[in-house]
Design a protein around this ligand. Structure first.
Ligand code: CTP
Ligand code: MG
Length: 576
C-alpha cells in the first residue's frame, strides 16, 4: 500500500469521484429490495394500480440513475488505472536508469521486463476493479446485512451466522494465494528469461542443431509454470463453490422460515421477498469478491515485486561528490593505488594490489589472459563498480569525490561487446554527444576508421541500423562504438578489446589516429602488436599486475611478455 499510494495521489480527485459514484450505485442497489417490498405489500397484494405505477416509476428512475452513475464511475476508474500504470512504469524505468549498476545487475533482465510490463498490467487491472467493484462488494455485503436486519431481524439472522466462516475462508485464501502467485510470477520470469536467451542465441542454436534441446528446456519451464498457475488458481477457485453452498443454505433457511411465518401472519410477503433479495445480493457479492481476490492477490504479488525495484539503492554509490568537487579536472592522468576489487555477489578477489599510473594524454595498453581482470579494471574508472580497497584517481582527484555524472561525461567508454541502438548511424553516433555537429560526427568516424565504410552504404550516415546493429559486421559495430566514444571528445578513453575484429592495418591506422586526439587512453587488447603504440604496457595475470613499463622494457624484463610477443610473431609468420 505504501508503494501504491504515492502513485495514486495525482489521481485522488478522479478516484474520489469514482468512489462516490460507486457509493451512489451501492445505495441504489440497497434500496431496490426495499422498494420491491413496498411494491408487493403496498400495491400488488392490494391490487392498487396507482401505487403500483408510483413505486414502479420510482424503481425505474432509480435504476436509470444507478446505471448512469455506474457508467461515469467506470469512465473515471479507467482513467485512474491507466494514468497510474503509466506513471508507475515511468517511475520503474527511471529507477532502472538511476539505480546503482551493481543493484541493477542483481535483477535478471527478463524479470525486469516482466516487472515493467506484465506486473504493472496486473496492478492496473486491480486498481480499476478496486474502484469499480472491490470496495463495493464488502459494502454491499455489510449494507445488505444491515438492511435485511432492519426489515426482519429474525430472518436475517441466518445471513449473519455464516459471515464469520466466510470471512475466515476468504482471509486464508488471500494469504495463501499471495505466496502461490509470487511463485507463479517467478516461474514467468524464468519462462521469459528462456525465451529471451533463445531469441538472442538463435544463431548459435541453429548452428549447433540444439533446437530440440531448447524445446525440451522450454517444455520443462513451461510445464512448471502451468503447474504453479493451476495450483494457485485452484486454491482461489475452490473457495467460490464453498461460499455459494453456504450462502444458498442460508437462502433456503430464509425461505423455509419465511414461508412459515407468512402463513402464521407474523411476516408480510414483501418483507420475506426483500430479505431473500438481500441474501441473493450478498451471495453474488461474495462470489464476485472471491474472484476479484484472485486478481487482487496476483496484483499484490506484482506490487511487491515493483516495490523491490523501487526500493533498490538509488543515487549510485550514495551521495558522495559535492558540487565543488564536481568541477572536472583539466588533466586526466589516471592513478591506481593498491586497488582491490571483487564483484558484489561473490567473495572472490578479481583484482588485487593494482598500482599504476598513466600520464595525461598518454596511452596505456592492458594485456593479459582471458579472465585476468581487464574488463573489471576498466569498469572501475566510470564507477560502474566500486573498488573494495585502494583509490582510483583521475586528474589527481579521488573519483569518489567527483560527481558521478561529471566524471562519466569526461569518459569515452567502449565496452567489450558493442551495443548499438535501433536508428540511423548518425543517431547512434550522436548518442555519444547530442550537440555534436555533422562535421564532428564525420571527424570522429574518420578517426575510428569507419567513415569510408559508412560512405559505401546506400544511405551513408542515414543508413538505418536494426536493433543492436544486427545488420552490421562485428568489426563495423566495434568501430562505430569507438566513433561514438570519440565524438564525446573525452578526456579519458577506455577501449575494452574493441579492436579484436580489426585487421592489423586498420588497427594501426586507428591507433595512430587515437594518438592525435590527445586523450588519456586505456586500451585492452590481446595483440602485442598494439602495445608498440603504448606509452605504458600493463600486464595483468589473475587479477595482479605482473609487469608494467614500455614495450621495450618489458621485452627485456618480463619473460611472460616476451613469450606473448614471440608467439604472436610466429603466428604472423605462419600466416604470411
Ligand atoms: N567476473 C565475475 N562477475 C562478473 C564478471 C566477471 O565474477 N560479472 C569474474 C570472472 O569470472 C573472471 C574475473 O571476474 O574470473 C575477471 O573478469 P574480466 O575482468 O571480465 O576478465 P577479462 O580480463 O576482461 O577477460 P576477457 O579477456 O575474457 O574479456
Ligand atoms: Mg574482458
Amino acid at each position: 500500500m505504501r508503494t501504491l499510494l504515492p502513485f495514486l495521489k495525482p489521481y485522488r480527485i478522479s478516484a474520489a469521484v469514482a468512489l462516490s459514484l460507486m457509493l451512489v450505485e451501492l445505495v441504489v442497489e440497497l434500496c431496490f429490495p426495499l422498494l420491491m417490498a413496498k411494491l408487493i405489500d403496498g400495491a400488488i397484494l392490494r391490487q392498487d394500480v396507482g401505487a403500483a405505477l408510483k413505486w414502479g416509476g420510482v424503481m425505474i428512475g432509480l435504476a436509470l440513475f444507478g446505471f448512469a452513475a455506474g457508467l461515469v464511475n467506470s469512465f473515471y476508474a479507467a482513467d485512474v488505472a491507466q494514468g497510474f500504470a503509466h506513471d508507475m512504469r515511468r517511475a520503474l524505468f527511471g529507477k532502472l536508469q538511476s539505480m546503482a549498476f551493481s543493484d541493477f545487475r542483481a535483477f535478471s533482465p527478463s524479470s525486469l521486463m516482466t516487472r515493467l510490463t506484465g506486473d504493472i498490467n496486473q496492478i492496473q487491472n486491480s486498481v480499476f476493479l478496486g474502484l469499480r467493484v472491490f470496495v463495493r462488494a464488502p459494502l454491499l455485503i455489510a449494507g445488505s446485512m444491515i438492511m435485511a436486519l432492519t426489515v426482519d431481524a429474525r430472518l436475517a439472522l441466518y445471513l449473519v451466522v455464516v459471515t464469520p466462516i466466510l470471512v475466515v475462508v476468504l482471509g486464508y485464501t488471500i494469504r495463501k494465494g499471495f505466496r502461490l502467485f509470487r511463485l507463479v510470477q517467478e516461474r514467468l520470469d524464468k519462462l521469459n528469461g528462456l525465451v529471451r536467451e533463445n531469441l538472442i542465441g538463435m544463431r548459435l542454436i541453429r548452428a549447433y542443431v540444439r533446437g530440440d534441446h531448447e524445446k525440451n528446456r522450454f517444455a520443462e519451464t513451461n510445464g512448471d509454470y502451468m503447474r504453479r498457475s493451476t495450483a494457485a488458481l485452484r486454491l482461489s477457485e475452490m473457495t467460490v463453490p464453498g461460499l455459494l453452498l453456504l450462502m444458498n443454505a442460508s437462502v433456503l433457511l430464509i425461505l423455509w422460515f419465511g414461508s412459515r411465518s407468512v402463513t402464521a401472519y407474523e411476516t408480510e410477503v414483501g418483507d420475506v421477498v426483500a430479505v431473500l433479495n438481500y441474501a441473493i445480493r450478498i451471495t453474488g457479492a461474495y462470489a464476485y469478491l472471491s474472484m476479484i481476490i484472485t486478481s487482487l492477490t496476483i496484483a499484490r504479488a506484482a506490487l511487491s515485486r515493483s516495490a523491490e525495484v523501487l526500493a533498490a539503492g538509488s543515487n549510485e554509490f550514495g551521495a558522495n561528490g559535492t558540487a565543488a568537487d564536481g568541477i572536472p579536472p583539466d588533466r586526466a592522468d589516471v592513478l591506481f593505488e593498491g586497488v582491490a576489487f571483487g564483484y558484489p555477489d561473490s567473495e572472490a578477489a578479481v583484482l588485487d594490489g593494482i598500482t599504476f599510473s598513466v600520464n595525461d594524454g598518454e596511452t596505456a595498453v592492458i594485456m593479459g589472459a582471458t579472465g585476468a581482470g581487464k574488463t573489471s579494471l576498466l569498469q572501475l574508472l566510470p564507477r560502474l563498480y566500486e573498488a573494495r580497497r585502494g583509490t582510483v584517481r583521475v586528474g589527481g582527484t579521488d573519483i569518489r569525490d567527483i560527481e558521478l555524472s561529471v566524471l562519466r561525461r569526461q569518459i569515452g567508454y567502449v565496452a567489450q561487446e558493442s551495443t548499438l541502438f535501433a536508428g540511423t548511424i548518425r543517431d547512434n553516433l550522436l548518442w555519444g554527444r547530442e550537440d555534436a555537429s555533422m562535421e564532428e560526427v564525420v571527424e570522429a568516424a574518420k578517426l575510428a576508421q569507419i567513415h569510408e565504410t559508412i560512405m559505401q552504404l546506400p544511405d551513408a550516415y542515414e543508413a538505418v541500423l536494426e536493433q543492436k546493429g544486427a545488420n552490421l559486421s562485428g568489426g563495423q559495430r566495434q568501430r562505430l562504438s569507438i566513433a561514438r566514444a570519440l565524438l564525446r571528445k573525452p578526456k579519458l578513453l577506455l577501449l575494452d578489446d574493441c579492436t579484436s575484429a580489426l585487421d592489423a592495418r586498420t588497427e594501426s591506422l586507428l591507433l595512430a589516429g587515437l594518438k592525435t586526439c590527445g586523450c588519456t587512453t586505456l586500451l585492452v587488447t590481446q595483440k602485442a602488436q598494439a602495445a608498440r603504440w603504448a606509452d605504458t604496457v600493463l600486464l595483468l595475470a589473475d587479477g595482479k599486475l605482473l609487469a608494467q613499463g614500455k614495450h621495450g622494457e618489458l621485452l627485456a624484463r618480463s619473460e611472460t611478455y616476451r613469450f606473448i610477443v614471440e608467439s604472436e610473431r610466429e603466428e604472423a609468420a605462419h600466416h604470411a
